[in-house]
Each structure stands twice: as C-alpha cells, then as structure tokens.
Design a binder for this molecule. Sequence first.
Ligand SMILES: [Cu+2]
Length: 629
Amino acid sequence: MPDVRHPLDPLTADEIRAAIAILRRERDVTERWRIASVELREPAKDAVRDHRAGDAVSRAAIVVCWNRDDGRAYKAVVAISEDRVASWEHRPGEQPNMTVDEFHEVDAALRAHPDVVAALARRGITDMGLVLMDTWAYGASLIPDPFRGRRVAWTDVWHRREPAANPYANPVGGLHPIVDLNSMELLDLGDSGVVEPAPTMGEYVPRLVPGLQLRDDVKAVHIHQPGGVSFRLDGHELRWQRWSMRIGFNHREGLVLHTVGYEDAGRTRPVAHRLSFAEMVVPYRDPTGEHERRTAFDVGEWGLGFMTTSLELGCDCLGEIAYLDATLHDARGEPYTIPNAICVHEEDAGVLWKHVDPVAGAETRRMRRLVVSFHATVANYEYLVYWRFHQDASIECEVRATGIMVTTQFNGEPPPYGTLVDERTYAPFHQHFLVARLDLDVDGERNTVHAVDSEALPTGPGNPHGLAMVQRSTPLRTEREGRQDYDWQRQRAWKVVNPGARNRLGTTVAYKLVPGGALPALLDAASPVFERAQAIGHTLWVTPHRGDERWPCGEFPTQSAEDRGLPAWTAQDRPIEDTDVVLWYVFGINHVTRAEEWPVMPVDTVSFWLKPDGFFDRNPALDVPLAHG
Ligand SMILES: [Cu+2]
C-alpha cells in the first residue's frame, strides 16, 4: 500500500478493498451481507510515538458486518498487512449502524409499494417522484412487539411541491411506514389518518420563494494571501506556526485530530493525543405520535463520516484553502471518495492583544487562526464542525447547526411541544447533545483532571468588605468523582494538570477545559431515551484511557435499550489520578425553535475552549509580529 506513510493515516480505497476481500475469502461474507463499517484499527500510543518516517507501517481494519438472511452481526479485525482475519466476533442481539444503502433502498421500496401508493393517493399525492421517505432508527423500547428482534426502521414521508423543491417543506402527516431493513418488507403502513395539508411556504431556494427580492447592497469580499498560506500540509500531517497535528477521518466520527502538539523552545510539547466527536444525541421533546420515536444518535446510528458532504470554495470556506478528500465505503464494502471533505485554512480573527500607552503608543497584534473543519448533512439537518487553533495556544471547538427543522402540520390547536413556524405548522422542541472525546496528553500522558470552582469567601476577618474570591481546585481521583456537572454558581471549569511538569514559576502545567454550550438533559431518568443515552446526564466524564472505549452511548446504539458506554465503564470507578485520562465533554443546543428558523435555519453556534493554563511561563503570543504581508 504505497501511499500509506504513517500508522494514523486513514484507510485507503485499496486497503478497504483488501480488508473486504480477506473477509469474503476467509469468513464466507457473501453478497447477501452488508458491510456496516470499515475503519482503521488505530495503533497503540507507544507505536505512534515510536514511529519514524520511513518505517514500515502495519495496517489493520475493524470491520462490522452482518448477514441479512439471519441478522447475525459480527465484528472483525482484519490484519491487512498480513492478509488474514485476526479476530471474528459474533455480536448477538446487536444492530450495527444504519447504512446509506438502507436509507436509499427503503425510499425506493416504499415508493414502489402499492399500499404506500394508495395511502398517498388518499392524501391527494399521486406523483411518487415527488415523495421522499426518510429512514429513522428505533430505540429498542419503542419497536412494536411483533417486530422485536428484527432490524427495523420507521419512516417519515415528505412531499416536494415540484421536482427540485424542498421535501422537508411538506410533511405528509399521519403516515410513518415501518420496514424490515433486511428484507425491505413493509411491516406496517403506520397510517393514523389523513392530516389536511397546510398552505406552507417552506422553500429556501430563491427562485422558489414567492416575491423574494435578493438584497443588492452586498459588495464582494476577497481574501488574498499573496505570499501563500502559512500552514504546511504533508499528506495528513499539518503544521502551522507552532502547532502540529495529524488529520484523520472515519465513517463514524468524521474528522479526527491526532497527536496535537505545540512547539515551545524548540521541542514539541504534546497537548492532545486524539480529539473527535464520539456521539451526538438528538431527542425530540414532543410526545405526540408524529415524534415519539424521534431520538437520533447521529454519530452511532448514521455516522458523521458517512454523512460528510463536499465543501465548496467561496461558500463553505473563503480564502486560500487546502482540502483533503475522505475515503469511505458503501454497504457492499466498495470504497468511494468524498472530494473536499475536510477544509484547512487560516483566518484573520480580529485583535489578538493590544495596549495603548500614552508614551509608547499603541501595540496591537491581529489574531490569526488555523481552522480544520468538515460539514455533515444528516437528512434535513447540517452540522458544521470547526476546530480552531490559535496563536496563544488555545483551541476552540465550534459546532454550528443549520438546515431544515422537522415540522408537523396540525388541525385545531398547536401542541405545546413546539413553536408555530408556518400555517398550521409547528417545529417541535428538541435538543442536540454532542459528546466530544478529548484524549488530552498535557505535556505527556500522566495527567490529573481538577474541577476548578470560583468561591466567594464570607465577610469576616481578613475579608472585611466581602471581596475575597478564591479558586478551589479539586482533583478528581476516581471515575465517580469524574462525573461532573456544570455549576453556574461556581463558574466551574476543569483543568487537565500534568503533576510531573512545572513551569518557570513552579506551578504545574495544565490545559483548561472552558465549558460552553453545557446543557442539562432535562429528561426523566427513567425515560427510554435517557436509558439509552445516560452519557448526556453529566457535562463531563473522565475515564482512564482505553483504546477500545470510544463510544459514550455504547458501540451499537442502533435499537439499543441501554447505554453501555460511559455509565457502564465508569461504574468500575477506576482511578483517574496521575494517569492517561480521556475527557468526555457533553455540550450542545437546547433547541427551542423560532419562527425565524423557518424555512431554513440560520446557524445556531456553540463552542467550548481548551486553553493553556500555566502551560507556558507567559503569554505565548508575545512573539506574534506586527507586520502582515
Ligand atoms: Cu435543532
């Protein structure tokens, strides 16, 4: 495999083909099987650390697949370099992730089904070319009894007013067919009665919006970098200013950042071994029949990688852009490429630091930041993910949600679980919980996470005016203590401290996780969706690093009944002090829908930061030069 130079490089098309060929040969994986996922089996940390340029690279893939005829699912490790199956594990009772092929096959099967055609005719819809079926995965508890044990999906039905119009403009109410995904059999029409369609305007493409006048007072903005970009992309290795990292990508997390380090006085100091999004949970908070099953696990069920869309210069990214393609595969294991899946570029970001002195005058530095981003379109919704690296050694992780909200039309009074956004149409409230998996290695692997709280001391001796505020730093010693909640009263943050490394001032070096977008689950602990997603019950979890502990709501959340990830691991209450730790940060959007978010939603933006805290002896951006260009 000549184009693989580093053990963390994503799998190539040839490697995906080779892994599947080995399985077909060794384990009789026939064309009747579906390949749910093929991803790089990432090497252990020491193998990454010890790798030198030019070393031979041994490659292995993790493959999840199932036999459509008996529904049995398997997880394999395929040693590609050795041309053999290293392990083959039956996973009874578990459903692999949903596949894009199933999504399209359900759409085609239902649109051709006479019962569906008849149900739509009763609703006045006869052109099946204008109909779209959206496949949704189930949680175990909501699968109707007769279909339990099968791989099933429920669907939404949408109707385009014309061929290129927005399907999500027009929900077809009272129709949610249930399908067996292995046989593509219609199990239940899910017809609860005709909902009178409302005269909505759900179009956003200008020519389809009646009477829309585009503004004519927007002049062009061009970004020029006449000297070229200041970053260097060599394969999947990225260097910019003092930052260095490797870019990875897989079907489930999408973009993954590896071996993030910062150069300080000639040596690269590790900051993070691996950064990614490990789960996203989107419960709709509407108990009516249209929405009670709507609990998406967009990472675990569908995969942010599989949902990644190509980026366009001048629209998604402005300026001098370097793109990376991504290689994934379909449910037959056939590889394909997503062109321009990842964007790397620099941005001017306003003022970095400034002071005006009456004698010396003004000193101002402009901030430049490096942005590594990707966009995922999950049916109606888009998630835009930006990792931003700054000259003061801060990292911001920002997520923007946009796209089309799910809506429902109603007769009579609108339900109280959403906002009226159009004629007899409401957009239900829902939440987007993202779980960032942050394998930080602050100046090395041995770290301790501290909860840091601001505390006002009581007025009294030594504090006569009640001004005193101190920091309480509490080391988190075990996984139970590592289950942390945001505390507004104490402005809680978390510090990842290396107890074995000190700065010039004698204090331990650290990076601080500055929370943003924290939100409570607002769910009954006994509710089925919370059972499946207990990871969203805390703002932060800390675990000792285990390479195979990656999925906070369990490895297979599709049709899951309970969360076998973070709650199960942390029940062991393992020590997390002065060891290699992983932080799981839960943040997102409590999406109380607005009329202004229809028919297409302006971005809703949340972010959190990782900031050096005693990692350096002083402001690391003192050396940023005044001149640009
Ligand atoms: Cu939303």
